[in-house]
Design a protein around this ligand. Structure first.
Ligand SMILES: Nc1ncnc2c1ncn2[C@@H]1O[C@H](COP(=O)(O)OP(=O)(O)OP(=O)(O)O)[C@@H](O)[C@H]1O
Ligand SMILES: O=P(O)(O)OC[C@H]1O[C@H](OP(=O)(O)OP(=O)(O)O)[C@H](O)[C@@H]1O
Ligand SMILES: [Mg+2]
Length: 286
């Protein structure tokens, strides 16, 4: 039987859309019809399994799925024997402790003897132990932020991103205990073919991620400004400089890091550049 790489992704939730988008950006085509829990890629030896995110680390540990995309929070919480092979940069969030707004707070020791509702007993337990705090952990699987208002617990420990769920439930964020993003995890028992397919996929993911962090830039400048302009545009090796049909002018093409772009664009303009075009790059292999 021909080997396929089995990739576990969240069926429906915060990770689903970006996970599938990333796989598609890697040029892997598949049909993800509604209700489908498994699908085969048509142009890469891969199968995609659609699962509850909490189950993904266990499936990967068992080798039922070879790799999976999960929040690092879930990967650490489930504590399975898997390897984190790549950080994916989406679904960034934090795991925080919240208490009712208006309740004074000075330090984590204020929670000594209190009860905290969470879906992350392991991460919370570790944090409390590290800080020498003895609190009662009340494990619930969802809608954690409701707990203080119904008398279930005095504090919560849950995922925060914009903070609006805490706010709308009358809570304030008092401690960040873990910072998370989506990660790719892999089974520790991959055979040579599966490892090779994973390496191919990681190569594609890295080229997509690198491309997202860069832009292709084209501009015109007078010949005498070329040196000053190219100082800000090192490019992948060096910028391309070509003469324009208009005497005394050049066109410069280069690649610029997204982070450097806003910092350098004004300097490039002041150095004499005009007609500046900035274009997204789809894939980038260094
Ligand atoms: N508000 C948020 N902003 C960014 N990332 C988030 C947010 N909430 C959760 N995440 C991340 O996305 C992951 C999945 O969140 P989601 O709420 O979809 O999980 P779930 O309800 O447990 O889903 P499932 O039904 O698959 O068990 C979380 O483990 C976390 O890493
Ligand atoms: O700080 P915020 O931007 O408000 O995000 C935080 C909320 O997002 C997640 O829930 P989600 O909306 O995914 O619903 P869920 O309870 O079904 O997981 C998380 O469990 C928080 O409740
Ligand atoms: Mg879940």
């Amino acid at each position: 039987m021909n080997e396929v790489l089995r990739i576990a992704v969240q069926k429906s939730g915060r990770l689903s859309e970006d996970s599938l988008k990333l796989i598609k950006e890697c040029g892997i085509r598949f049909d993800s019809g509604a209700g489908k829990l498994k699908t085969a890629a048509s142009n890469f030896p891969a199968e995609i399994l659609f699962l509850r995110d909490d189950d993904i680390p266990g499936y990967v540990e068992d080798g039922v799925a070879h790799i999976g995309i999960v929040g690092e929070n879930v990967s650490v919480e489930t504590n399975r024997e898997v390897d984190t092979v790549h950080r994916l940069g989406f679904s960034k969030c934090r795991l925080s402790i919240g208490i009712p707004r208006g309740v004074p707070y000075t330090s984590i020791h204020d929670l000594d003897g209190k009860s905290i509702a969470t879906s992350y007993p392991r991460l919370l337990g570790t944090y409390l132990a590290e800080n020498g705090v003895s609190a009662q952990i009340h494990e619930i699987s969802g809608s954690v932020e409701i707990a203080p208002s119904i008398g279930l617990a005095e504090a919560v420990c849950d995922i925060v991103s914009s903070g609006s769920t805490l706010l709308s439930n009358g809570l304030q964020e008092v401690e960040v205990i873990f910072r998370s993003e989506a990660v790719m995890i892999a089974s520790r028992n991959l055979n040579g073919t599966q490892q090779n397919l994973l390496d191919q996929l990681l190569f594609r993911i890295k080229s997509v991620q690198t491309a997202k962090n860069h832009k292709y830039i084209l501009l015109n400048c007078p010949n005498e400004a070329v040196e000053a302009v190219t100082r800000f545009l090192p490019g992948m090796k060096s910028p391309t400089v070509m003469p324009l049909a208009t005497e005394g002018w050049c066109s410069i093409h280069s690649v610029i890091n997204e982070n450097d772009f806003w910092e350098n664009i004004e300097k490039i303009r002041l150095a004499g550049a005009e007609g500046i075009l900035v274009i997204p790059i789809e894939k980038m292999i260094l």
